[in-house]
Design a protein around this ligand. Structure first.
Ligand SMILES: Cc1cc2nc3c(=O)[nH]c(=O)nc-3n(C[C@H](O)[C@H](O)[C@H](O)COP(=O)(O)O)c2cc1C
Length: 189
């Protein structure tokens, strides 16, 4: 697929077929995705792939989180079950974690580079017929979620990527033309 077409036609996928992408394919895609511009070559990222029975770790953390968040005692169980079921319907999670550099500027650069890795991955996956959505739901910052996946202090969860073979393709939301957002200076004083 032509790069331009790939970039424009990629969509965030929320509904997946009930089959898992092979971890070896994900690893292969990541091996290319990490070739991003990365100031100081800090390579601050780490990837946690969760699928099959492993999804229970996220499902259970989600259940406990939703129960805790629900204010009304009578609704806690139902809220927990709802999130558990929602999470367990995702065939594969790729949790992207970044080592948080103590220096704010480096941390910002690292976040930018990690974001490039994630988007590279989504384009490479799309080219292979694999869909993805980058999720930043509050659960990713929950201590129970972090503990379940052995995320260490000093590591920030950048996103929970949901990966799988697309079941439904969302309609593209139009973008503002770059021409409306560009300022060009081509004259001196
Ligand atoms: C940093 C970041 C965080 C996102 N978090 C979420 C999220 O939590 N839930 C979600 O449904 N989509 C999330 N998205 C996906 C966007 O909603 C999606 O890219 C946007 O709606 C445009 O749709 P498209 O990707 O299909 O073009 C996130 C995207 C980015 C870049």
């Amino acid at each position: 697929m032509e790069l331009k077409q790939l970039i424009i036609e990629r969509r965030s996928i929320h509904a997946f077929e009930n089959r898992s992408v092979s971890p070896s394919i994900v690893e292969e895609l990541l091996d290319s995705a990490v070739w991003v511009p990365n100031h100081r070559l800090t390579q601050p990222w780490r990837f946690i792939l969760v699928h099959r029975e492993g999804r229970g770790l996220i499902g259970q953390a989600g259940r406990a989180f939703a129960e805790r968040m629900e204010k009304e005692p009578a609704k806690k169980q139902e809220a927990g079950q709802r999130l558990y079921d929602k999470l367990m319907a995702i065939p594969m999670f790729l949790v992207v974690v970044m080592a948080e550099n103590p220096h704010p500027l480096i941390r910002e650069e690292d976040y930018a580079a990690t974001s490039c890795v994630i988007h590279n991955l989504s384009l490479l996956a799309w080219e292979k017929g694999i869909g993805m959505v980058w999720e930043t739901y509050p659960l990713i910052h929950d201590p129970g979620f972090r503990e379940a996946l052995s995320i260490r202090p000093g590591e920030k969860v950048i996103g929970s990527l949901h990966l799988g073979y697309p079941l439904k393709f969302p309609i593209a939301q139009p973008r503002i033309s770059a021409g409306d957002r560009i300022t060009i200076f081509d004259q001196g004083l």
